[in-house]
Design a protein around this ligand. Structure first.
Ligand code: HEM
Length: 153
């Protein structure tokens, strides 16, 4: 159990750590306003998702489910675990349907902005979507973190 908990917490650390710091670097680069710099950063945000976010998610899901089975926690009805699973699924859906496409779009439009020298409206639109849904997809795991620690209901 302690190895599983370690893997679970390690997954949560790299997952949450990466999504929070990605937002920091992205905001910093947008403020600078240099298209080449922006392009480089959004490509690295995508790369970091595959190096940290995805393995973090896999560790969380595998270890979390194994611990739940071992501890005999109920996966039915309304409790801290089932509500967390709903919020976690919502995070995954947001990530797959909005954030990843927005990141692809930011990479494409920032590359075009290097050619024109002007940050395009299309880039700004994708960036706004990424910010709005990114905040939601970051807050949900923080709420889950609270439920996991308190196991209050
Ligand atoms: C962003 C997502 C998640 C975060 C940040 C997170 C975080 C945590 C943390 C910090 C703990 C330790 C609580 C403690 O020992 O006091 C924990 C425990 C636990 N987590 Fe998660 N978790 C997440 C997702 C999941 C998922 C998807 C499952 C799947 C079933 C899960 C199942 C569990 C279980 C069963 C425990 C309790 C282990 C025990 O009995 O001590 N977690 N989680």
């Amino acid at each position: 159990m302690s190895l599983l908990l370690f893997l679970h917490l390690f997954g949560a650390v790299i997952f949450l750590g990466n999504i929070i710091t990605a937002a920091f670097w992205k905001i910093r680069t947008d403020i600078k306003g240099d298209p080449a710099f922006i392009h480089n950063t959004v490509k690295n945000v995508m790369l970091a998702d595959f190096i940290f976010t995805l393995p973090g998610l896999i560790l969380i899901i595998v270890s979390g489910n194994l611990m739940a089975v071992q501890a005999g926690y109920s996966m039915y009805g309304f409790n801290w675990l089932t509500l967390s699973l709903i919020l976690f699924s919502l995070t995954g859906i947001l990530w797959l349907t909005v954030l990843l496409p927005a990141q692809r779009s930011m990479i494409r439009h920032s590359a075009q902005s290097i050619e024109t020298g002007i940050i395009s409206k299309a880039y700004r639109k994708a960036s706004l979507y990424w910010a709005i849904f990114g905040i939601t997809a970051t807050l949900l795991p923080v709420i889950i973190l609270y439920f996991m620690i308190t196991k209050g209901f």
